[in-house]
Design a protein around this ligand. Sequence first.
Ligand SMILES: *[C@@H]1O[C@H](CO)[C@@H](O)[C@H](O)[C@H]1NC(C)=O
Ligand SMILES: *[C@@H]1O[C@H](CO)[C@@H](O)[C@H](O)[C@H]1NC(C)=O
Length: 472
Amino acid sequence: MHSKKFWSLTMVPQSLPPSRMVPLGMLLGLLMASCFTFCLSHQNPNEFALINSEKSSTKESERKETKAEEDLDTEVLEVFHPTQDWQALQPGQAVPAGSHVRLNLQTGAREVKLQYEDKFRNNLKGLKRGRRLDINTNTYTSQDLKSALAKFKEGAEVESSKARQAEVKRFFRPIEELKKEFDELNVVIETDMQIMVRLINKFNSSSSSLEEKIAALFDLEYYVHQMDNAQDLLSFGGLQVVINGLNSTEPLVKEYAAFVLGAAFSSNPKVQVEAVEGGALQKLLVILATEQPLTAKKKVLFALCSLLRHFPYAQQQFLKLGGLQVLRDLVQEKSTEVLAVRVVTLLYDLVTEKMFAEEEAELTQDTSPEKLHQYRQVHLLPGLREQGWCEITAHLLALPEHDAREKVLQTLGALLATCRDLYHQDPQLSRTLSSLQAEYKALAALELQEGEDEGYFRELLASINSLLKELR
Ligand SMILES: *[C@@H]1O[C@H](CO)[C@@H](O)[C@H](O)[C@H]1NC(C)=O
Ligand SMILES: *[C@@H]1O[C@H](CO)[C@@H](O)[C@H](O)[C@H]1NC(C)=O
């Protein structure tokens, strides 16, 4: 943003009541427009002291200072008479009460016109996205202006640079602090929260078209990536509105609601908890279990993954709700079998997550017994075996893509303890492993010839070798 541009407005005497500070800051800014370069060269207090010390040597700064002093000495303020059009304010001009003053962010010039637009229109403008710098000065008279000027002069007349610096500090608060206040009070910024409320209202409104609803969800997804935003979404009931969107009869609404949820759940325990309470898990599973477009199922699977990861309570509920059957049907269904690798990756993540929780508890003795307790109630591996995931995973090894095979191989490894006897009895599995072993031996050799001694194929070959060894 043009923050530099309004720094010159931010010097405000501390002795004034806070409510008046910023508009007066604005007026001072106007005064200082008369010494714009002066102000700019004094943004840094150290620089301020240096340039204003008696020993200040450069002709340039002396000239500027003199000019500034002259301007400040002007007893009679030239008062600018605004019209209905925006006009640039000249250095040294003051504006009468009731004028409308703005900073033109393109040119850096202050512009003035008669106070014309009514409050309603101003408010509407304020609702638009982005910053708006539009300051109403109607509480200020030229008397205020003069006393502010007098105060500024007092500060300017202190001789010693050190005393002066202290004086400046007393009158003028740190730029950053003022800038912040200035932002808060004068520059209307639509906060992320306001944007999310607007988007949720758009989505929730029965008068919005399907396109508008989808667009609102699409925009919302961007905001909920931020953890704070996703939690704010909870605070006004927005999350539940999106969860209910999963019930829509429109597949696109389901799809984009899942898109938003996937982003909102991601590594955000607070949101994950609320979502499970809000029935998100059932709704996601219902979509996966019923006839829906593949694109919708993809996003829903993604949302399910982010809801389950690192959240053992949701994993328990998932198992209770028959989630493993739902996923099994999904990967066996012709139209959705392309999702199989993602599903297997999810299962791998859940298996290893639980394993790590056990290991971590063992290593650190007692860190969070509650977490471990939660994980111990996730009876994932027996469920996987019962639901036929040992066989399903083994068959997926026939997939042609290397990265798919990589995921399947690591899942086979993670399921080894649970599925060992079933793997042993599966003649197809050892045939597939042997043929892959030959294939990756060749590829790893090529890789080595090309100078890669820590190659990808070599790693795949290593996992195949160790599986074969385990199953021998
Ligand atoms: C969504 O709409 C329903 C019905 O129109 C309303 O009751 C509910 O308060 C709205 N929710 C939000 C968060 O705006
Ligand atoms: C949403 O769908 C689920 C399952 O299809 C159903 O149980 C629930 O009552 C529905 N909720 C709403 C608000 O329509």
